[in-house]
Design a protein around this ligand. Structure first.
Ligand SMILES: Nc1nc2c(ncn2[C@@H]2O[C@H](COP(=O)(O)OP(=O)(O)OP(=O)(O)O)[C@@H](O)[C@H]2O)c(=O)[nH]1
Ligand SMILES: [Mg+2]
Length: 313
């Protein structure tokens, strides 16, 4: 199918729906705020689309936020709809069953817009979360998510830096060097560590995730969630969902450009000359223009603020 033919379908999907799972305090809300470039709290809607007044929820606020059926939407990017699940602590069979049933029911939805398009499974790396807990093992061995890609987010990855830093100091490395080297050493040690082996092991782990990423310092103002955006885009094998995701996210224009070039220009065998003409606004093949545009942010004000003048006019 020609990429531009997916335009009406993209409009039909409208919003990209993500289920985020992770135990209490795992850093879920922080990540969603980063992705939507805000510090504000999300608005909550019930399944029928009715806005829930969080102040009225007061006593049951926690339940409102973590009721998996409720939709969380940030004003700064209404193109994303999130479902938040605190997951299930060890032994929490009914919570696990609830998550499993939710995933199964959304998988069966006839309308694509009601389906879950991706799952972000958070595993925090701070004190009590360094090893896989029973809940994670249970999820990856028993929860069949069908074609919905699961991406594991090792959140609070910076929590591993202190031990590595101490190790480097004990080897006689200076404090400043140890501080600079700790993040890279932590990534290397983690890449060869037992958690990843267990995560992708097929031995008893029937439904391993599609990929994983390590996310440090997401609570900082300059937090970069690009790896999460790239990894999620890569795991989507449905072309239209990929377009929807890439054009909904607003944190990284490079991802839009790369996909536009790789998926559209390369597929269409468009020459470098054409790309240049496009950039300088002299390109008039509307078929290719439409095909390119599906990868870029859909909202005019975002286009104006992040896309250089002339690129998409
Ligand atoms: N060090 C560090 N702290 C983080 C990071 N991400 C989030 N935090 C902190 O962790 C705490 C919990 O973050 P939240 O985003 O509220 O976690 P949550 O999973 O939404 O928690 P619940 O909604 O209670 O289940 C907050 O104090 C954050 O500032 C990170 O990458 N590194
Ligand atoms: Mg939260």
């Amino acid at each position: 199918m020609h990429p531009s033919e997916s335009q009406p379908l993209k409009r039909y999907f409208q919003r990209f729906r993500i289920l985020i799972i992770g135990r209490a305090n795992a850093g879920k809300t922080t990540i969603l705020q980063r992705v939507c470039q805000t510090r504000d709290n999300p608005e909550i809607y019930n399944r029928a689309g009715k806005k829930i007044d969080v102040s009225v929820l007061a006593a049951s606020r926690e339940r409102g936020l973590h009721d998996i059926e409720n939709e969380m939407v940030f004003r700064t990017n209404p193109g994303f709809v999130f479902h938040d699940s605190r997951g299930f602590e060890a032994g929490g069979q009914s919570e696990f069953d609830k998550v499993k049933a939710f995933i199964a029911s959304r998988f069966k939805e006839r309308a694509v817009k009601h389906r879950i398009h991706a799952i972000w499974y958070c595993i925090p790396m701070d004190e009590d979360g360094r090893s896989f807990m029973e809940a994670e093992v249970k999820f990856f061995s028993q929860c069949d998510t069908g074609s919905i890609p699961v991406i594991v987010l090792f959140t609070k990855f910076d929590a591993l830096y202190d031990d590595i830093y101490a190790e480097l100091i004990s080897k006689g490395i200076s404090r400043s060097d140890a501080q600079a080297l700790a993040p890279q050493h932590a990534r290397e040690a983690f890449a060869n560590g037992p958690q990843l082996t267990l995560l992708y092991s097929r031995n008893g782990n029937q439904h391993p995730p599609k990929c994983h990423i390590c996310l440090p310092d997401m609570d900082k103002d300059d937090a970069d969630c690009t790896p999460l955006i790239e990894c999620t885009a890569e795991t989507l094998d449905n072309e239209m969902l990929k377009q929807l995701f890439v054009s909904t996210q607003r944190t990284n224009l490079d991802v839009c450009i790369r996909h536009a070039v790789e998926r559209t220009l390369v597929q269409e065998a468009v020459s470098a000359q054409t790309v240049l003409s496009r950039i300088f606004g002299k390109f008039e093949d509307s078929k290719i223009l439409d095909a390119l545009d599906v990868w870029f942010p859909r909202y005019l004000e975002v286009r104006l603020s992040i896309i250089p003048a002339g690129v998409l006019t």
